[in-house]
Design a protein. Structure first.
Length: 237
């Protein structure tokens, strides 16, 4: 990111922004070997070399980890060419450039992890790391015994057989049912397609857990920072 020099110095812990401005005006700061004593000067956080009294000042990259309850009607990106709501309409005032780990459909709600830790994102989304994802689904009919066993055996969708998944009916409704589904792949619209393939139409879909990390009582559109144990847990998955 391109930031003002005094902001860079403050973020790197040299001094407050005001004090950093003094250092700049006093000629104690150089950028790429040249003294800068202009307050509007901007630096590239990744590329420029900033020195204070001849000693390099490096910003520590701060990793952040957020659990977000994505509402329906929000795209899992930080920008949308059609002007739809994005995660950044809900998760505000965060300086770091965060992005979602995996995705949820526009019409799916629930738990989404947001981070700037590319390494964790890679590991959590890589197909070889079989992280369970738990969904609560409302379907238009009660899944038959056959449907349940097909889920457990794997279902061919888009020419590919899904890995064994679990479906557990938790409530029968007047019309349809509520079920818990656990899958550990993350193919495009996978739960919807699996339900369709066994004759059930998805009426609503919500992700409630990623591994042991649960959405808890986060309200729709709300987010919270993960605690140390949760971060450690995800890193060790
Ligand atoms: N499966 C789906 O069909 N949609 C999602 O958003 C997530 C899993």
């Amino acid at each position: 990111m391109i930031v003002r020099l005094q902001k860079y110095l403050a973020k790197a812990g040299v001094a407050s922004r005001r004090k950093s401005e003094e250092f700049i005006l006093n000629g104690r700061i150089s950028v790429n070997g040249v003294v800068v004593n202009e307050l509007g000067f901007k630096v590239d956080e990744e590329a420029d070399i900033v020195e204070f009294d001849g000693k390099e000042v490096r910003e520590e990259k701060r990793f952040i980890y957020i659990a977000f309850n994505k509402p329906v009607g929000c795209v899992t990106t930080v920008r949308d060419q059609f002007g739809r709501k994005t995660i950044l309409d809900y998760v505000k005032n965060i300086e770091e450039r965060i992005y979602p780990v995996g995705r949820l459909d526009y019409d799916t709600s629930g738990l989404l992890i947001l981070t700037n830790d590319g390494d964790l994102t890679y590991r959590l989304t890589h197909p070889k790391h079989n992280v369970d994802k738990t969904y609560i689904v409302k379907v238009d009919r009660v899944p038959s015994k056959k449907a349940i066993s097909e889920f457990e055996k794997g279902i061919v969708i888009d020419g590919y057989k899904t890995a064994p998944a679990k479906i557990n009916v938790i409530k029968k409704l007047e019309k349809g049912a509520v079920a818990e589904i656990v899958i550990h792949e993350g193919r495009n619209r996978q739960v919807r397609k699996m339900c369709n393939a066994v004759g059930c139409k998805v009426l609503s879909l919500k992700r409630i857990a990623i591994g042991n990390l649960v959405i808890g009582n986060l309200k729709k559109g709300e987010y919270r920072y993960l605690n140390e144990n949760e971060i450690l847990y995800l890193k060790n998955l």
